[in-house]
Design a protein around this ligand. Sequence first.
Ligand code: PLP
Ligand code: COI
Length: 367
Amino acid sequence: MASAAATVSPFTHLVHPSPTPDEARRMILGAPGFGTAFSDHMVSIDWSEGRGWHDATIGPRRPIELDPACAVLHYAQEIFEGLKAYVQADGGLALFRPEANARRFADSARRMAMPELPEELFIESVKEIVRTDREWIPTVEGGSLYLRPFMFASEAFLGVRPAKAYKYLVIASPAGNYFKSGAPAVSIWVSEDYTRAAPGGTGAVKCGGNYAASLVPQAEAIARGHDQVVFLDAAEHKWVEELGGMNLYFVFADGSLVTPPLTGTILPGITRDSLLTLAREEGLEVREERYSLDQWCADAESGRMVEAFACGTAAVVTPVGKVAGRDGEFTIGGGGPGQQTQKLKARLVAIQRGEAPDPHGWIMRLD
Ligand code: PLP
Ligand code: COI
């Protein structure tokens, strides 16, 4: 585990002239929701050909000015990450598996022909913002500080080639529940007209374009009264892949679990990976195996499949109660949170919040 003392901070600290008043911040932290409010600071680091990474600063969060020819506005050369900082049971602060986010950010950069941010600098940047904006972590149940590191092509140039200048930023947003409905289980809509990612495409990395392409099917899901869209594979339109922003698990009556395999079209979720480990530790059999929509429907009806859940940093572990598609809908188990889902969620959350031992070294403490 990286120790804070081992690094000399390369960041210039700029003083905020007018941070949010305490009372206004307390109001926000009382009902944080997801992605609507932001802390006072941001990290910024630039990259240019010849100079490499430079000008690392942490200062007031403010609008950024872009040239209208800025490459990201035309060709979407952009990547991002999502991770959370938690208040621990003893009052300290911690990040959950930030090395995994740093690695995935570098993987995303390579796929999008962008320079890799050194993993230590990624970790230092997220630590900087959490230390600076520690008062922005909500203490309501399920609260955390959601961190959004991202990078985009900042060169003003309209030719189609990798840009020669980039900006890396980190912003932070107090977070509660991702789903507004607060329902015990979500309802998902199977998109049979649109796919998220094709073999050889960018489905396995976290680039903004993947999410832009998911907005029409996601809006369709909402318009039909569901919470999220679930995508099938692009080649056969048969295999269940993942939701717009979460991975999926299926729980069977025999106690085993299945999650779709990482074939290159699915985002390798850090929550997904953590749950693979935790479920196996519980003695459960977990298979990374393709699962078809038809089989899912048949298994829900026969009672062979009894629970399903979505997982991700924003959604944590969210039970799926209902699945609907062009040909009708089916309910999973009793339509509410299943026992195995709740147990796994509790195990994960206890580690993230420092309420349970951390045998895998997933927690990186900040103090
Ligand atoms: N799948 C997609 C498409 C996502 O956007 C996310 C969220 O980051 C996930 C899965 C879950 O990944 P993680 O658990 O690393 O947050
Ligand atoms: C996350 O869970 O961090 C995500 O990025 C999902 C979504 C908010 C895009």
